[in-house]
Design a protein around this ligand. Structure first.
Ligand SMILES: NC(=O)c1ccc[n+]([C@@H]2O[C@H](COP(=O)([O-])OP(=O)(O)OC[C@H]3O[C@@H](n4cnc5c(N)ncnc54)[C@H](O)[C@@H]3O)[C@@H](O)[C@H]2O)c1
Length: 270
């Protein structure tokens, strides 16, 4: 039986970056793909470009809203039937230090990065378990989930939470037909630093929050620009899935960095 061919994949955050690349990699392997993103314009663009590459459906989706994820599951089953691969990938970055990040930014980042994954699991997993064929839940966390600091506290917290959620899910699903993987990429060349465009309320121009956000972008831009091509990362992911890896990273040296970071915790001063 083919691992990918003929299967159905749902990819959130697939109008750009890693999600777009994952969707393409799924199509290239003969899968039917559902593209889900909050950015209606870019989603339509992505769908129109992929139509020639295979069977594709796009559904405008807010991953941070449970009803929207339920709607995505309904539309998916209406068009393609059972789901085999669920990529909970949509994500944003925002905020900065824990104490001067606004409550709105904390809520926004956690609602997309963490609740988006929770709602994805709730909307799709019961159906995936019920049909009984091999299924895969693939949650995008980040390398920062394995490391001890990041300029954005909400982002850092959300990604640790996605890793913990994936570990928990994997343990609960051990005796079922569904496997769980967690993606922990380091820097990948995407539009993640343009997350601002998805913020529920724009930051007031000239505000302290806006200045802090600009600093954040300045800090991170060089890293993102020098990051991996998303197509290279998505190939690593597809290979990792076929090898049944739980943790899928973009660079092998992350293992050493993560080990150092955790070992240091036992001796670090407060
Ligand atoms: N780029 C990196 O260096 C990097 C590193 C580690 C982890 N990640 C993670 O990879 C994932 C994909 O990000 P990317 O780097 O491809 O960024 P990206 O901005 O290029 O793509 C993210 C997509 O998510 C969509 N999105 C944002 N909020 C949404 C919402 N509420 N509902 C539905 N869709 C929404 C955006 O419209 C966008 O199309 C994220 O979870 C991100 O945290 C990225």
């Amino acid at each position: 039986m083919h691992f990918f061919e003929g299967k159905v994949a749902v990819v959130t955050g697939s109008a750009s970056g890693i999600g777009l690349s994952l969707a393409r990699a799924c199509l290239a392997r003969g899968m039917k793909v559902v593209l889900a993103d909050a950015d209606a314009e870019r989603l339509a663009w992505a769908e129109s470009h992929m139509r020639g590459e295979g069977e594709v459906l796009s559904v405008v989706t807010q991953v941070s809203q449970r009803e929207s994820m339920v709607h995505l599951a309904t539309e998916t089953s209406r068009r393609f039937g059972d789901v085999h691969f669920l990529f909970n990938n949509a994500g944003v970055t925002g905020g900065g230090r824990a104490w001067d990040t606004t409550s709105l930014d904390w809520e926004w980042v956690l609602s997309v990065n963490l609740y988006g994954v929770i709602y994805g699991i709730q909307a799709f997993l019961p159906g995936m378990l019920a049909h009984g064929a091999p299924g895969y839940v693939v949650n995008t966390a980040s390398a920062v989930a394995l490391l001890d600091s990041h300029p954005s506290a909400p982002y850092h917290v959300s990604k640790h939470a996605v890793l913990a959620l994936s570990q928990n899910l994997r343990a609960s699903l051990k005796r079922t037909s569904v496997r769980v993987s967690c993606l922990c990429p380091s820097s990948v060349r995407t539009r993640i630093l343009e997350s601002d465009r998805r913020r529920p309320e724009p930051l007031p121009p000239g505000s302290a929050e806006k200045k802090r956000w600009r600093n954040h972008v300045r800090l991170m831009q060089e890293q993102i620009d020098g990051g991996l091509d998303p197509d290279v990362f998505s190939e690593i992911v597809m290979k990792g899935l076929q090898q049944r890896r739980f943790l899928i990273v973009s660079e092998p040296q992350l293992k050493t960095q993560a080990r150092q970071s955790w070992t240091q915790l036992w001796t670090d001063e407060c």
